[in-house]
Design a protein around this ligand. Structure first.
Ligand code: MTE
Ligand code: HPA
Ligand code: MOS
Length: 765
């Protein structure tokens, strides 16, 4: 089934926040962001701004009727700075005007008088100063200290991975409309309507039941709107509450890029030990997460880094520690993979360091250590692994040995163009790492004409969740897709929802829908058990016809619904689903946090122009563990998009803050995302059909985030090509591998010391 949004997307008629018709009297807001990254706010001079024609009001922290606090996990983030400024772009004031231009013009006239304080952008420095968001977290398995003496080979290294701008096509925004009885209706471009509702309740003092947050769809979220849509919705709500007028604010791209957090940059130190047979015996790693100025989702992101720090490998002795470091950058946040990719890059780098030291192919070490069914992950969960099967299928389908041989031949024949390759296995756990978040509800109405309306907490952001939920209902009822409609997400119809995130949205909301639909189906079919004189279990519906032991009866869907309606049988149902089995004890660091894991193996090939340092991705060949895909077209789209986004993070996209903590890469002219030329020339995706029972909806495994991590292979393929040109190249584990860095690696006279390279993009000389 094709994506139900395909036609309206193609014709430009899909409705986003900025397409909503405006109510008469709507006002426009704009935030004034701090001009420095760290300091004490002495005074705001708004006298000139007040002169701008069309200006209505300028709100500051003291106007907030409720609590000036938006921190979700840790209460450490004011909505509007009152005294302490801790990142450049932190909102200090909200301007409201008759039109957008006036609001923006007034913002430019505001002056802040600030006593500047020292700015820290480097997480290692923050950690050394004790600037931590929370106490460090660890995951431990076995005993590394006992294992080191048994290792034949030990390698150590340091890592520096940069962040990533979400660059959703639709920027952040909200539109708040006052309602009667002191209520508010807020359209928000958010992945988390309940988070927005809760945040507005906190800052406005209005109880949650009077705050309706509505989301039709997003033009992309990628994690950037899991928590950080709250700010803009709360600001609009505040102005609407205080002015009794509708207030809208859609961020300009540059505002969005400077004021919102990104994927977390990480630094890390690793030590890896192998025996003579290349089995990894021990792995120690310390992560320094650059959390930015406040916690936001960083503690949860950090948790997932630890969970995924051994990727798809089994390592008997692991000691991983992670620090969430407070710096003066905008609070970094969720981004596809949620800390997992950073953990996985580090283990891949450790394996690459070992392979280089041992003069062998990295794939040999990877292959020798893939996790098997029955092995324990460091957090205690026992693997039901597809790591080996996906690797083997990739080997038999794509023949990496032959690719390797042809690359050798090519490289021998070409002096200034070199090819490289890498294999990239992935393993990603599905469930929110915070167990209590793994629940969802679905409200299903059957109308008397036989049509079906469904409301869930799921937010459609391009990933196709609405199409899949529609499939669940249509297939369960045995009716045509046209009969089913998925409604806009609203906190009035479905309450207390988790954000659409963790790749689990379809699993959670789809299963809630399945529960509701099954309950309705039982009720409907029970009506005709007597009439037909058969047992319930003999009845089913296919193509809208009721079948008795597979034989059509004279009952169809519409007749059934009509009969139920006439007999006053309830045609609505609310399904509630909470993932069974999962649990995790944060004290012992052990449990079974994930419903299941998604596996896969990619082979990535690149070509480097060794005169210019530029490169192309020739091919990404994947064997992916879909379970049993319920929508192969949508899933393919997710894999292609994830791969390209992952390659962008690893190779092109460079978030650059200067020493003062100001974002230099604040527009598309200075921040390079993959374009059509950067997309791999070939992406092959083969299904690994795994029909084992699992907790995925219709056994169709979650697909939103895992494929991003195939993109990590591009970094190692580039490294491979560089080493083909210059076998003595010293390649620090610094990402992204931009063309500039490739060129440096190809020609640097001195080996590039890891730390010098490392700090350059963090703005420290
Ligand atoms: N695909 C599109 N087109 N747009 C998005 O914003 N977000 C990704 C992924 N795929 C995203 C996307 C992220 S970060 C997640 S967690 C999942 O989709 C969320 O949706 P799901 O839970 O339905 O997979
Ligand atoms: N993934 C994504 N988002 C989240 C998670 C997670 O594991 N936990 C809390 N928010
Ligand atoms: Mo995705 S980072 O869990 O929104």
């Amino acid at each position: 089934m094709k994506n139900i949004d395909a036609d309206t997307h193609l014709t430009g008629t899909s409705v986003y926040l900025d397409d909503l018709p405006l109510l008469q009297g709507t006002l426009f807001a704009a935030a004034y962001g701090a001009p420095v990254a760290h300091g004490i706010l002495r005074r705001l001079d708004i006298s000139e701004a007040l002169q701008i024609p069309g200006l209505i009001r300028i709100f500051t922290a003291k106007d907030i009727p409720g609590e000036n606090q938006i921190g979700g996990i840790i209460p450490d983030e004011p909505l509007l700075a009152d005294h302490h400024i801790h990142f450049a772009g932190m909102p200090l004031a909200l301007v409201v005007a008759h039109n957008r231009d006036a609001a923006r013009a007034a913002v430019k006239k505001i002056q802040a008088i600030i006593d500047p304080l020292e700015v820290i952008t480097n997480p290692r420095i923050a950690q050394a100063r004790g600037e931590l968001i929370m106490p460090p977290k660890s995951v431990i398995q076995g005993d590394t200290a006992e294992a080191w003496p048994r290792c034949t080979h030990i390698f150590e290294g340091a890592i520096d991975i940069n962040g990533q701008e979400h660059l959703y096509i639709e920027t952040q925004g909200a539109y708040a409309i006052p309602q009667e009885h002191g209520a508010l209706k807020v359209y928000s471009s958010t992945q988390g309507p309940t988070a927005v509702q809760r945040t507005i309740a906190r800052v406005s003092g209005i109880p949650m039941h009077r705050i309706e947050v509505v989301v039709t769809r997003l033009g992309g979220g990628f994690g950037g709107k899991e928590d950080q849509a709250n700010t803009w919705a709360a600001l609009c709500a505040l102005a609407a509450q205080l002015l009794h007028r509708p207030v809208k604010y859609v961020l300009h791209r540059m505002e969005d890029m400077t004021m919102t957090g990104k994927r977390h940059p990480y630094m890390a130190d690793f030590k890896i030990g192998l025996d003579a047979a290349l089995k990894i015996l021990a792995y120690e790693v310390t992560f320094f997460q650059n959390a930015g100025a406040s916690a936001d989702l960083s503690p949860a992101v950090l948790q997932r880094t630890l969970f995924h720090c051994t990727n798809a490998y089994y390592i008997p002795n692991v000691s991983a520690t992670a620090y969430s470091c407070r710096t003066h950058l905008p609070p970094n946040t969720a981004f596809r993979g949620f800390g997992g990719p950073q953990g996985m890059y580090v283990i891949e780098a450790a394996i690459a360091a070992a392979a280089t030291g041992l003069h062998i192919d990295k794939a040999q070490i990877q292959r020798a250590n893939l996790i098997q069914t029955g092995d324990a992950f460091p957090y205690g969960q026992i693997a039901e692994s597809e790591a080996v099967s996906s690797w083997q299928k990739a080997e038999s389908l794509y023949e990496p040995d032959k690719i390797r041989a042809s690359i050798h031949a090519f490289n021998a024949a070409h002096s200034l163009v070199k090819k490289g390759m890498a294999l990239m296995p992935i393993c990603f756990g599905i469930s929110f790492t915070n167990t209590l978040m793994n629940n969802a509800r679905s409200l299903v109405h059957i109308y008397s004409d036989g049509s079906v309306g469904i409301s869930t907490g799921a937010v459609e952001m391009g990933q196709g969740v609405n199409t899949k939920i529609l499939q669940v209902a249509a297939q369960t009822f045995g009716i045509s897709y046209e009969r089913v409609k998925i409604n806009a997400t609203s906190t009035y119809t479905v309450a207390n929802t988790s954000p659409s995130a963790a790749s689990a949205t379809t699993d959670l909301n789809g299963k809630a829908t399945l529960i509701a639909c099954n309950a309705l189906l039982e009720r409907l079919l029970d009506l005709i058990v007597k009439d037909l004189g058969v047992e319930r279990k003999c009845l089913s519906i296919q193509q809208e016809v009721v079948l008795n032991n597979g034989v059509p009866t004279d009952w169809n869907w519409v007749r059934l619904v009509n009969t139920a309606f006439v007999q006053r049988v309830a045609l609505s149902e609310n399904g509630h689903y909470a993932t069974p089995v999962i649990h995790y004890d944060p004290i012992s660091g052990k449990g079974h946090p994930f419903a299941y894991h998604v596996y896969g193996t990619a082979i990535i090939e690149v070509t480097v122009d060794c005169l210019r340092g530029t490169y192309e991705t020739d091919s990404v060949k994947v064997v992916h563990d879909f379970g049993r895909s319920m929508n192969p077209d949508i899933d393919r789209g997710q894999i292609e998009g994830g791969i390209v986004q992952g390659i962008g993070w690893m190779t092109l996209e460079e978030v650059i803050y200067n020493q003062e903590g100001k974002l230099l890469s604040n527009a598309l002219s200075t921040y390079k995302v993959p374009d059509i030329y950067a997309v791999p020339k070939e992406i092959l995706i083969e299904h690994l059909h795994t029909d084992m029972d699992n907790l995925a909806i219709f056994r169709s495994k979650a697909v939103g985030e895992p494929p991003l991590m195939y993109g990590i292979g591009a970094w190692f393929a580039l490294r491979d090509a560089i080493l083909a040109f210059r076998p003595d190249a010293v390649l620090p584990f610094v990402a992204p591998m931009t063309p500039e860095k490739v060129l440096m690696a190809l020609y640097a006279k001195q080996p590039v010391p890891a730390y010098e390279e490392k700090v350059s993009h963090l703005g420290i000389d």
